[in-house]
Design a protein around this ligand. Structure first.
Ligand SMILES: [Zn+2]
Length: 189
């Protein structure tokens, strides 16, 4: 299933003659497309090739909203699931709404609107929820510094990370870690 030169070229050219010959799936977003899809070119190493669309579906990939590789429109409910998957796979990177919209194959405003209508929160809020709960987990399970934890969840601005963490959990990251470790490690007698 690794990609051949011809397939890579067809994807780069959005070559519609290769539609229905193969489909390409993008590992970092779990979405698959027709070769002719006009969305931004993914990294080559993230691509998997399938010769039937059913196989792509079986492998856990979801249809692109833009090129509709299953030949039917992607519902907004389905699209929101795709967006959540992208958030979970990419929260460690700096992920702007623009970048998210690229990855999810839609426009920024439409994505934000649709996501909010269906889930009740913005995609940015959802991303923050994921980042902070992952940060909590890392504070519990690793010895990473607060700065390292912030970076590992895609938040370069440590001060902002600390502020948000406090808003969510009522403690600073260090207070949180201290409280938890006090509970786990019994005090010396
Ligand atoms: Zn597509």
């Amino acid at each position: 299933m690794s990609i051949t030169k011809t397939e890579w070229q067809a994807i780069k050219d959005n070559n519609k003659y290769y539609d229905d010959i193969f489909w390409y799936a993008v590992k970092s977003t779990r979405i698959f497309c027709r070769p002719s899809c006009l969305s931004r070119l993914p990294k080559k190493e993230n691509i998997e090739i399938y010769y039937t669309k059913e196989e792509a579906v079986q492998a856990g990939y979801r249809p692109c909203k833009r090129c509709q590789p299953l030949g039917e429109p992607v519902s907004n409910q389905e699209w929101v699931k795709e967006i959540d998957t992208i958030l979970l796979h990419n929260y460690q990177q700096k992920l702007t709404l623009e970048e998210l919209a690229h990855l999810a194959r839609g426009s920024e405003s439409y994505l934000r609107h649709t996501y909010k209508v269906i889930t009740g929160i913005t995609p940015q809020k959802r991303l923050m929820n994921i980042r902070l709960s992952m940060a909590k987990k890392e504070l519990l399970e690793t010895d990473l510094t607060v700065k390292e934890v912030a970076e590992s969840v895609g938040m370069e601005n440590v001060a902002y990370f600390i502020k948000k963490f406090g808003e969510y959990y009522g403690d600073s990251p260090l207070q949180f870690r201290r409280k938890i470790s006090n509970k786990i490690v019994p005090p010396k007698s």
